[in-house]
Design a binder for this molecule. Structure first.
Ligand code: TYD
Ligand code: MG
Length: 456
C-alpha cells in the first residue's frame, strides 16, 4: 500500500492540507489543524485500496424503477415516548444515528434507559462502552432500576473486535459509547482524531446498512462546542440528535437536527432526576411561569418545535439607559432578530426604544428559532415599554415583516389547539387565523399589535 507522508487534518471539519496552518480555510476555525499519519486515500477508496493505480474495470450497476415493492420494516419502539418522538416515531432497522452532547449532559444515562426499554420488548440489544468499565455501567443500571433487563454489555474500543462480535451476535441494535474512543488498527492515526472517527463511523454505518442492525453512536462535543469531526460524521448517519441542557437546569432537550426518516427539529423533553431521565410529556408546563399576577413585559408565544406545539413565555424588560449606546441582551432568541424587530417597531410603529436598555428572555431556557416568535417578542417589548400587562389568558404568534406587516405562519391550527388545551381563551394572531373555540384577535400590521398592547 502506497503511503504518502503525513497530512494535516482539520479536527473540526475534516479538511486535509499538505502543511500546517493556524486557521482552517474550509471552516474558519483556529488551531484545529493537526498532523495525522494517513493512507493515500480515504479508507475503502480506489486510491486507498490499490495505491492509486487502479486498472481493473468496474462492474455494471443494475438500475431499478422508483416504484416497486419494498417491504417497510416496522420501526422499533423503545417505549420511551420522548426518545421515539425525537427519532421520528421509533428506530428504523438498518439506520445509523448520532447522539451528540456535552460531557455530563446524560447521553450514557439516556441510552442505557433506551437500551433497556428495547430489551424489554424482546429485542437483542448490545451496549458497548469505550469509556466506562462494565462495573460502572452496572452501577448506573442499578441506579436507574434497569439491571434486570437483558442488555448485552461490553467494554471495548477496537473496531475490529467490535465488528467481529456484532457479526457473530447479530443484535437488533447496538449502542457505541462513544465514537471518539474507537480505533481501527488499519490506521496509524490516534483514537479521537478525525481520521479515526471518520473511518470507524463509516465502517459502523456500512455494517448497519448491510446487516439491518440499528447503530446508535454517541459523539462527544469538544471543549469549543463541536463534536470531533462533526460534519464528517453528520453526513454519514441517517439521523443526528443533539442532547442539550441549559446551564443550571434539570431538563434536557433531545433535538433532531437531521433525520432521513422523520421530521427534523423534532424534540423530546426529559428531566434529570436522581433515578435517571424522566419523560416530560407536556413541556409547555416547563416553559410557562404560571402565577396569576399580571406583570408587564410578558407574552405567551404559541410555538412549534418539530411537529409538536409548545407554549413558552417571552419576557422583556425595557428600562431607561444611562449608557451612550444602550444595552441589548437576549437569552434564548437571536440577537440580530431583536435588533431588526426594534428597528421595525421604531420605523413602522413610531416607538422609541433608542434611549432604553432592552433585555429579552425566553423562559425556562428554551431556544427559539422560529420567525413566528416575532409578534410575541414585539408584544412583550411593547408591554414593557408601556408598563401595561398583557392579558394572561392570550397567546401570541406571527412573523413580522420589515414593512411592519404581520405575516401568517404555518400550523396555526395546532398552535391554537394547544393554547385551548392549556386553558388559554384567546390569541393575537395574523389575519386569517380562524378558530372555532378561541377568541382570535387578528393583527394585520404592527399598529394593531401596539393598539392591543396599549389597551388589551
Ligand atoms: P452521563 O449519562 O454519564 O453523561 P454523559 O454520558 O453525557 O457524559 O450523566 C452524568 C450526569 O448525570 C452526572 O452528572 C450525574 C447525572 N445523573 C443523575 O443526575 N441521575 C442519574 O440517575 C444518573 C444515572 C446520572
Ligand atoms: Mg457517557
Amino acid at each position: 500500500m502506497a503511503r504518502h507522508s503525513d497530512t494535516f487534518v482539520c479536527q473540526s471539519c475534516g479538511a486535509v492540507y499538505g502543511k500546517w496552518a493556524g486557521r482552517c480555510e474550509a471552516c474558519g476555525e483556529w488551531n484545529t489543524i493537526q498532523q495525522e499519519a494517513s493512507e493515500a486515500g480515504p479508507p475503502g477508496s480506489l486510491a486507498g485500496a490499490a495505491g492509486g493505480s487502479v486498472k481493473t474495470k468496474g462492474k455494471k450497476i443494475e438500475f431499478t424503477a422508483l416504484s416497486g415493492s419494498t417491504e417497510e420494516a416496522p420501526r422499533l419502539l423503545t417505549g420511551n415516548n420522548e426518545f421515539d418522538r425525537a427519532c421520528g416515531g421509533g428506530l428504523v432497522p438498518g439506520s445509523a444515528l448520532l447522539i451528540g452532547g456535552d460531557p455530563g449532559v446524560g447521553k450514557s444515562t439516556l441510552l442505557l434507559q433506551v437500551a433497556s426499554g428495547l430489551a424489554k420488548t424482546g429485542a437483542n440489544i448490545a451496549y458497548i462502552s469505550g469509556e466506562e468499565a462494565t462495573a460502572q455501567i452496572r452501577l448506573r443500571a442499578k441506579r436507574l432500576g434497569v439491571e434486570k433487563t437483558s442488555v448485552h454489555l461490553a467494554s471495548a474500543t477496537s473496531l475490529r473486535d467490535i465488528l467481529a462480535t456484532l457479526k457473530a451476535e447479530r443484535p437488533d441494535a447496538v449502542i457505541i459509547d462513544s465514537i471518539q474512543t474507537l480505533w481501527s488498527d488499519t490506521l496509524p492515526a490516534a483514537p479521537g482524531t478525525v481520521t479515526q472517527v471518520r473511518a470507524c463511523a463509516q465502517e459502523l454505518v456500512r455494517f448497519a446498512k448491510s446487516s439491518g442492525c440499528i447503530v446508535l453512536l454517541v459523539g462527544h462535543v469538544t471543549k469549543d462546542g463541536q463534536i470531533a469531526g462533526p460534519r464528517v460524521v453528520e453526513h454519514m448517519v441517517d439521523a443526528v440528535l443533539y442532547f442539550e441542557s441549559e446551564q443550571g437546569r434539570d431538563f434536557r432537550i433531545l433535538r433532531a437536527v437531521k433525520n432521513r426518516f422523520g421530521a427534523a427539529h423534532e424534540i423530546g423533553v426529559f428531566e434529570m432526576s436522581t433515578d435517571g431521565l424522566r419523560e416530560v410529556a407536556n413541556p409547555s408546563e416547563l416553559f410557562l411561569t404560571g402565577g396569576d399576577a399580571a406583570v408587564s413585559g410578558a407574552a405567551v408565544f404559541a410555538g412549534i418545535e418539530g411537529t409538536r406545539p409548545v407554549l413558552v413565555e417571552i419576557q422583556a424588560l425595557v428600562s431607561p439607559s444611562s449608557l451612550a449606546s444602550p444595552r441589548r441582551a437576549v437569552v434564548g432568541w437571536d440577537g440580530a432578530r431583536l435588533s431588526m424587530l426594534l428597528a421595525v417597531l421604531d420605523a413602522r410603529a413610531g416607538l422609541d426604544f433608542g434611549r432604553n436598555d432592552v433585555f429579552l428572555n425566553v423562559a425556562g431556557g428554551l431556544r427559539i428559532a422560529e420567525p413566528a416568535a416575532d409578534l410575541a417578542a414585539a408584544a412583550a417589548l411593547c408591554s414593557s415599554l408601556f408598563d401595561s400587562p398583557l392579558p394572561r389568558d392570550r397567546v401570541v404568534f406571527g412573523e413580522v415583516a420589515l414593512s411592519g406587516a404581520v405575516r401568517p405562519v404555518n400550523q396555526t391550527e395546532a398552535r391554537l389547539k394547544e393554547a385551548k388545551k392549556l386553558g388559554f381563551s384567546g390569541a393575537l394572531a395574523p389575519t386569517g387565523a380562524q378558530s372555532g373555540t378561541l377568541r382570535v384577535s387578528e393583527a394585520e400590521t404592527l399598529a394593531d399589535l401596539v393598539k392591543w398592547a396599549r389597551n388589551p
